[in-house]
Design a protein around this ligand. Structure first.
Ligand SMILES: [Zn+2]
Length: 176
């Protein structure tokens, strides 16, 4: 097997973090913040658990990194690795925290993500470079497997409910 590139190595760490969310029944999305070639914080999607619209993997990782540096402005050269293309909120947080580079894995499928527009907007007098498709296959299969298992589960539950209903009707009919 070929050796992983530096970017792939950090994306693997983000994938590993995403799997922690998977265990908690969350949509598996993971992120890590890297500074001087070291992971300084990790975050995974916890929207369901915390019932917070802002509990995205990137937000969790950026918040932790800011806490670590006691500063909303991250030191120069910080990089964010995330398994799914960031949404506008997370792009905004990355710009606000002055993240230098963003690497994402899977491309967002639903609608327009505005990633490139926001990266190039020069908001806050800061630009962030964005690179998509790092370990794209692994990152997107993590999501598609999660959603197909959710659909399977929902189908099984529906079938189970139908069976129970039929048994109930049968019992009623026997009593008559
Ligand atoms: Zn987001």
């Amino acid at each position: 097997m070929r050796k992983l590139t530096r970017e792939e190595k950090f994306m693997r760490a983000a994938i590993k973090t995403a799997k922690r969310g998977l265990k908690e029944g969350e949509v598996p999305i993971g992120a890590v913040v890297v500074y001087e070639d070291k992971i300084i914080s990790r975050g995974y999607n916890r929207r369901a658990k915390l019932q917070l619209a802002s509990a995205h993997a990137e937000m969790m990782a950026i918040d932790k990194a800011c806490k670590k540096f006691h500063s909303w402005r991250l030191p120069e050269g910080c990089e964010l690795f995330v398994t799914l293309e960031p949404c506008p909120m997370c792009m905004g947080a990355s710009l606000n925290a002055r993240v230098a580079k963003i690497y994402f894995g899977a491309y967002e499928q639903k609608g327009r993500s505005l990633t490139n527009e926001l990266a190039e907007a020069n908001l806050l007098n800061h630009k962030t470079e964005v690179f998509g498709g790092v370990l794209e296959g692994e990152c997107s299969s993590l999501l598609t497997e999660f959603f197909s298992s959710m659909r399977r589960k929902a189908k099984e539950e529906k079938e189970q409910a139908k069976r129970e209903q039929e048994e109930e009707l049968l019992k009623k009919a026997e009593r008559i």
